[in-house]
Design a protein around this ligand. Structure first.
Ligand code: MF3
Ligand code: CO
Length: 275
């Protein structure tokens, strides 16, 4: 989500992140699993020549077939069921009728609402065989997500996530996008706390068991600056460098963290076709 919106939610409207009980965890497990299954389907369907509109249709039909609804559809006027962000698009790319091209990397982002609970996740997919530097960026971004998730446990606070991600990404000579962040969710799509993917001393929320939120770092090969195109959604890197993103929905447990959006097929990271 966009950061100004998040900060407004974080500081003015909903300073206290909601604490959920066992029925919340049950609901999030089901919504998260369905979201992960949808991404498995989308990952397998991503091929050269396929349009992002075709992927969007697949996602919409999957949601309808499983009694779910795509949270992004008509959200603040967003027209589609998924976001498809290709190459230098950072996030919120709108599916269209242009065929994917061999060598593209594309982020597939979907949030499914099941029985009122939101499961939000995104992964990178390779379109055919992708260049080594694009592959490297995707690997670094997945590792950054998992380091951020691993930093979640009671006694810590949201800056532990930002520190883990920023330290690692910058050590790999990549940059962390500042303008978009993770967010609390549950029965609503965007809630407190805001999850920044870099360290921000002025905003730090303690982790408590029962909090649900996303971790969704956007990592660039070049500079962190982004701009939003005239459609009001598509965010691109200002320097047109490649950008990647992975996202999980997680819950804080008594001892650590539970990931709700694990891929049943183990398709978290894309792979280049064997040479
Ligand atoms: N995972 C993104 C977010 O939470 C997806 C946004 S969907 C859109 O911000 F509708 F806002 F584009
Ligand atoms: Co999200």
């Amino acid at each position: 989500m966009q950061q100004e919106q998040a900060t407004a939610q974080g500081t003015r409207r909903a300073p206290e992140p909601p604490i959920h009980g066992p029925e919340g965890f049950e609901g999030m497990r089901r919504a998260g699993r369905l979201t992960a299954e949808a991404l498995d389907l989308l990952m397998e369907a991503t091929q050269p020549g396929v349009t992002t509109e075709a992927l969007d249709k697949l996602a919409y039909e999957f949601a309808m077939d499983h009694g779910a609804y795509p949270a992004s559809l008509l959200y603040r006027g967003y027209p589609k069921s998924i976001c498809t962000s290709i190459n230098h698009v950072v996030c919120h790319g709108i599916p269209n009728d242009k065929p994917l091209r061999e060598g593209d990397i594309v982020n597939l982002d979907i949030c499914l609402i099941l029985d009122g609970w939101h499961g939000d996740s995104s992964r990178m997919a390779y379109v055919g065989e992708v260049p080594r530097k694009a592959q490297r960026l995707c690997e670094i971004t997945y590792e950054a997500l998992m380091r951020g998730v691993a930093a979640v446990k009671p006694g810590g606070s949201t800056n532990d996530i930002g520190r883990a991600i920023q330290t690692y990404a910058e050590s790999e000579r990549c940059s962390v996008v500042r303008d978009f962040c993770g967010h609390g969710l549950g029965r609503t799509y965007h809630d407190a706390p805001t999850i920044l993917h870099y360290v921000e001393a002025s905003y730090d929320v303690p982790f408590k068991p029962g909090q649900f939120f996303t971790v969704e770092p956007m990592i660039n090969l070049g500079r962190p600056a982004v701009k939003v195109l005239g459609d009001g959604w598509t965010a691109v890197t200002r320097d047109r460098s490649l950008s990647a993103q992975f996202e999980h929905t997680v819950g804080v447990t008594e001892t650590g963290v539970e990931i709700f959006t694990i891929s049943p097929k183990g398709l978290h990271q894309p792979v280049n076709p064997a040479a």
